[in-house]
Design a protein. Structure first.
Length: 233
């Protein structure tokens, strides 16, 4: 963090000032965006003060603030973590997501509590990223927090008829529980098999139960339900 503060205090050169102007503009093509990224990486530590300014200011396009976050992490590595994690609480969901992406790329499992907090973020995109990260990095200690997501009303929505529906998050929750081998939920998942509201997730529940028990159910969907409800779990 001290290194970041030191770099932030370095007077801006003409090159970094020029870089700032480029970040204020919106790249009109993927090629232009890639060019800006390469130029920034080429400046290495000299680009850090500009990147920090871009991240902190609403004067820059959201896409460029995302790029600034990712590029700062590439330049500074794990040394950028203390600064970037502050953006987990940023008002804009895109910067919260970018911060979470950096934590994932740098495999910062030690930030487990912050990652778990993101499971309950207002943005579904942030929740899905945190969920995917926990499964991908095999963060077994986070399994109870994942399970609680099934009861978070943010993960449900009402359709035009006013009927409550599950969002994509619920499917990911069930799959992640299997990835984490969270055995305490075996019985609860088996009960979901007989719950008509979860008929659309029969295959996901089946796969997770197979992972948790080592057992294989029949191929027929209705037979799967009978199989799991009859098992002593």
């Amino acid at each position: 963090m001290k290194i970041l503060l030191f770099l932030f205090l370095i007077p801006l050169t003409h090159g970094s000032s020029s870089l700032e102007q480029k970040y204020k503009a919106s790249p009109n093509s993927p090629e232009a965006y890639s060019k800006l990224e390469k130029e920034t990486l080429g400046l290495a530590n000299k680009a850090v003060p500009t990147l920090i300014k871009v991240m902190k200011s609403d004067d820059f396009p959201d896409k460029n603030r995302w790029l600034a976050t990712m590029t700062l992490a590439r330049i500074m590595g794990v040394k950028s973590i203390p600064f970037i994690t502050k953006f987990l609480n940023h008002p804009h969901w895109m910067l919260r997501l970018a911060s979470l992406k950096v934590i994932r790329i740098l495999k910062q499992r030690k930030l487990r509590k912050k990652i778990e907090a993101a499971l309950y973020d207002k943005s579904m995109f942030v929740r899905l990223e945190a969920l995917d990260m926990i499964g991908d990095l095999k963060m077994h200690r986070s399994a109870p927090a994942v399970w609680k997501m099934l009861f978070d009303q943010k993960n449900y929505r009402k359709n035009k008829k006013g009927v409550q529906e599950k969002t994509e998050v619920i499917k990911e929750v069930i799959q992640t529980l299997g990835k984490l081998n969270y055995k305490p939920v075996k019985k609860s998942l088996a009960k979901l098999m007989s719950n008509q509201k979860f008929n659309d997730l029969t295959l996901e529940i089946d796969r997770s139960l197979s992972s948790l028990t080592g057992k294989q159910s029949p191929k027929n969907l209705s037979a799967k339900k009978n199989f799991w409800t009859s098992q002593k779990l």
